[in-house]
Write a protein that binds this ligand. Structure first.
Ligand SMILES: Cc1cc2nc3c(=O)[nH]c(=O)nc-3n(C[C@H](O)[C@H](O)[C@H](O)COP(=O)(O)OP(=O)(O)OC[C@H]3O[C@@H](n4cnc5c(N)ncnc54)[C@H](O)[C@@H]3O)c2cc1C
Length: 444
């Protein structure tokens, strides 16, 4: 093997290694998008395969049947020989359950990289489980169909791929590489899965890959938690003509997308950039890229946007101001869970995508929402905001999510903290081009 390729594969293997033979897929990283998780899945599967002479895995468990888990399972099936078995454990009753039926959310492979080159390209262009921009429900459908094709091509032997759904009593012992579970073994019918009666067991694997994502979103202050991926009507005008008041708490991408949906008339994530910048989009992007490269990716962009306000953003601001919703009033609570944020400008750091930060800036300048630094539990009742109209978008407590499923998590505490601090699982394509077969490839 070429020394550079070997070094790259070893670096990737080390970045994902939670313990010997146990890997964590992206859960503690920044840039938590579907596409990024898939890129990480390709990188890890490829690295394990390149290093197969040192770690000849024959029995691999993939925990989590979301898009990340399915992508790595499909990569493993296509890369490794038929003697390597793959088992998927999914807590819910179907694969890719989170985005299924999410008709109101739009997914795009790389729009969160905007204004960088290629960020508007509609296709993911991945060798495994490829997809293009669309409703999240359509993306899930494409991924599941593609997964079915990989199974048809690479998992024809009966026991090559096992899938367990509806898990209960699920615990991983990382040190022993065992998984205790009660779950229903599923039989594949095309891209669907039928289940037998639940069974319990303890199985030993030689490799465990945790693809359990970031965990479910946590709410706060007793307000109901409405997952970002569940269908709701925030973006639709009220049918009874009433005016509604909303409080959004948080300033990550989930919160800022909902801010746009609640404040901009006819808002569509897929068309907004074109509507705001029209013919000037490309020159705007070019200037923006130059300026961002000067201040650095991690910089707070509030000052830059303030500089742009009178010139580069003038047309976009006019467009936004023409489209402020008349049937809602919205307050954005930005103090953060710990109350540390005290000024609006502080939320323009790298906690959200550039696109959503630009939208938030424009909306604020157009007076489309107001700010609150007061606890939602105090602010909402005082201002007549119904509990169902308080949207807490705080993300998930990922470390807790991981601790809940790992029996020996105390032994891994240092490594988990290290992974969270170092964030070495970069979402760049590092696998050797052409090395991962897909159902369309010719096999020798
Ligand atoms: C508020 C919010 C907004 C987001 N917005 C976007 C966006 O606009 N665009 C974008 O591309 N991405 C977005 N994401 C990220 C996106 O949801 C993930 O990147 C994507 O779902 C793929 O990740 P995954 O497969 O790694 O994890 P997940 O999709 O979370 O899948 C993990 C799977 O593991 C299962 N699981 C969990 N625990 C266990 C267990 N103990 N045992 C077995 N199975 C288990 C879960 O049921 C799930 O099926 C957003 C996320 C959040 C929280």
């Amino acid at each position: 093997m070429n020394a550079d390729v070997d070094a790259r594969a070893s670096e990737i293997e080390a970045a994902y290694r939670l313990a010997d033979g146990c890997y964590l897929l992206g859960s503690l990283e920044r840039g938590v998008t579907v596409y990024n998780q898939q890129v990480r899945a390709h990188n890890l599967a490829w690295a394990l395969w390149e290093r197969r002479d040192r770690s000849p895995f024959k029995n691999i468990a993939v925990v989590g049947g979301g898009i990340g888990g399915l992508t790595i399972a499909a990569c493993l099936l296509s890369l490794f020989e038929a003697s390597t078995k793959v088992t998927i454990f999914e807590r819910l009753w179907d694969l890719s359950p989170i985005q299924q039926g999410a008709d109101g959310r739009w997914l795009h492979p790389r729009i969160y990289d905007w204004p960088y080159f290629g960020s508007r390209a509609p296709g993911a262009s991945l060798p495994v489980l490829n997809w293009s921009e669309g409703r999240a429900s359509d993306v899930a459908r494409t991924i599941l169909r593609e997964f079915g094709k990989f199974c048809d091509r690479f998992a024809t032997e009966n026991d090559r791929l096992s899938v367990y759904l509806g898990l209960r009593n699920f615990k991983i012992n990382v040190g022993h590489k065992t998984i205790d579970y009660v779950g229903a073994r599923a039989k594949r019918i095309g891209s669907f899965f039928d289940v037998d009666r639940p069974e319990g067991g303890t199985t030993k694997f030689d490799c465990i890959i945790l693809a359990t994502g970031f965990g479910l979103e946590s709410g706060a202050n007793g307000f109901p938690v409405i997952s970002y991926w569940r269908n709701e009507q925030l973006a639709q005008p009220s049918l009874d003509g009433t005016h509604r008041r909303y409080l959004i708490s948080g300033f990550g991408d989930g919160a800022l997308v909902d801010l746009c949906r609640l404040t901009v008339e006819r808002y569509r994530q897929d068309t907004i950039l074109y509507e705001l910048f029209g013919d000037e989009l490309e020159s705007m992007e070019e200037n923006f890229r130059d300026d961002l490269s000067k201040i650095g990716d991690d910089a707070n962009i509030y000052e830059l946007l303030t500089e742009y306000d009178q010139n580069r953003l003038a047309k976009a601001k006019q467009e936004v101001s023409n489209r402020i919703r008349k049937d809602t009033s919205v307050v954005l609570h930005i103090a953060g869970k710990d109350g540390k944020i005290t000024r609006f400008s502080e939320i323009f750091g790298r906690r959200s995508s550039v696109l959503n930060r630009v939208m938030t800036f424009l909306l604020y300048r157009c007076g489309a929402f107001s700010l609150s630094f007061e606890e939602p539990s105090e602010f909402a009742p005082k201002n007549g905001i119904e509990p169902g109209h308080v949207l807490c978008r705080y993300g998930a407590d990922t470390l807790r999510h991981l601790r809940d499923m790992i029996a020996d998590h105390t032994d891994l505490a240092t490594r988990l903290t290290q992974m969270e601090d170092s964030r070495k699982q970069v979402a760049k394509r590092l696998w050797r081009p052409g090395s991962i077969p897909n159902p369309g490839s010719r096999l020798d």
